[in-house]
Design a protein around this ligand. Structure first.
Ligand SMILES: NC(=O)c1ccc[n+]([C@@H]2O[C@H](COP(=O)([O-])OP(=O)(O)OC[C@H]3O[C@@H](n4cnc5c(N)ncnc54)[C@H](OP(=O)(O)O)[C@@H]3O)[C@@H](O)[C@H]2O)c1
Length: 229
């Protein structure tokens, strides 16, 4: 049985990833900020629902310490947006984004992929996979077209974390990739987004199933195609 760890599993893409992993028979450790307030996740009956705030290193450590077995797949999915952290939409540009809130978003969306992965590294074995759910906006090519510094910078950091983890974990046989999940209909993506959570999660999981070691360090779209950096 595969053991899968997913952060931000109580709603959105993370919830659907958990649903599809449980459906295919994985033993799922599902992380969320408030396990007592996660009815949709609870209804899926994952192996375990554990508390984690990915922006808080002590919380990350408690989460990973509670997982006492080898992990085949880690999905660093938890992420947040400018509005959730109290930014107004007219103060997110490179000319006016507040530094403190920008750093908060970088810690939560970007650096958390490093803290969660390294805290869990003793549970990752040769053949394990790590998927970081980034965004196309973290790409230098796409991000330059948006005037949204905090979110774009946070996902650019996650992309850098991905390639550095891939290099550091290569000798251990662990593959690390970044996924743009598509523009997905969730609380974050909004109701007019392009694709459903089902399509995004299904694409990510089937791409991971066939992922080869030499693909480690890649930036992929949910459908498995290569995304430009
Ligand atoms: N939807 C899109 O179009 C889209 C596009 C590109 C990338 N993404 C990325 O895909 C991932 C999932 O997004 P989504 O659309 O499913 O968003 P969502 O519906 O807003 O869900 C975000 C999830 O992340 C969790 N989360 C936020 N901050 C957290 C923290 N500090 N610690 C732990 N969990 C935290 C949320 O938990 P709470 O319920 O506790 O807030 C929730 O479970 C994110 O990384 C996002 O940046 C989404």
């Amino acid at each position: 049985m595969s053991t899968t760890v997913i952060t931000g599993a109580n709603r959105g893409i993370g919830l659907e990833l958990a649903r599809q992993c449980i459906q295919r028979g994985d033993k799922v450790f599902a992380g969320c900020r408030k396990p007592d307030e996660a009815p949709h996740l609870e209804a899926l009956q994952p192996h375990s629902i554990l508390p984690i705030d990915v922006g808080d290193e002590a919380s990350v450590l408690s989460f990973t310490e509670a997982i006492e077995e080898p992990v085949s797949l880690l999905i660093n999915n938890a992420g947040t947006s400018i509005t959730n952290l109290g930014f107004s939409r007219d103060e997110v540009g490179v000319m006016n984004a507040p530094v403190g809130l920008t750093l908060d978003l970088i810690r939560i969306n970007g650096l958390s992929a490093a803290t969660v992965t390294r805290s869990l590294s003793e549970r990752l074995e040769s053949g394990s996979k790590v998927a970081n759910i980034t965004s196309q906006i973290g790409s230098m090519v796409v991000g330059s077209k948006f005037n949204d510094l905090p979110y774009a910078a946070s996902k650019a950091v996650m992309n850098m974390v991905t390639v550095q983890l891939a290099a550091q974990l290569e000798a251990s046989g662990i593959a690390v990739v970044a996924f743009h999940p598509g523009w997905v209909r969730t609380d974050m993506g909004g109701s007019s987004a392009d694709i459903s959570v089902e399509e995004s999660a299904q694409g990510i999981l089937s791409t991971l199933e066939t992922l080869q070691p030499e693909q480690s360090g890649a930036f992929l779209r949910w459908d498995g195609s290569i995304h430009p950096w």
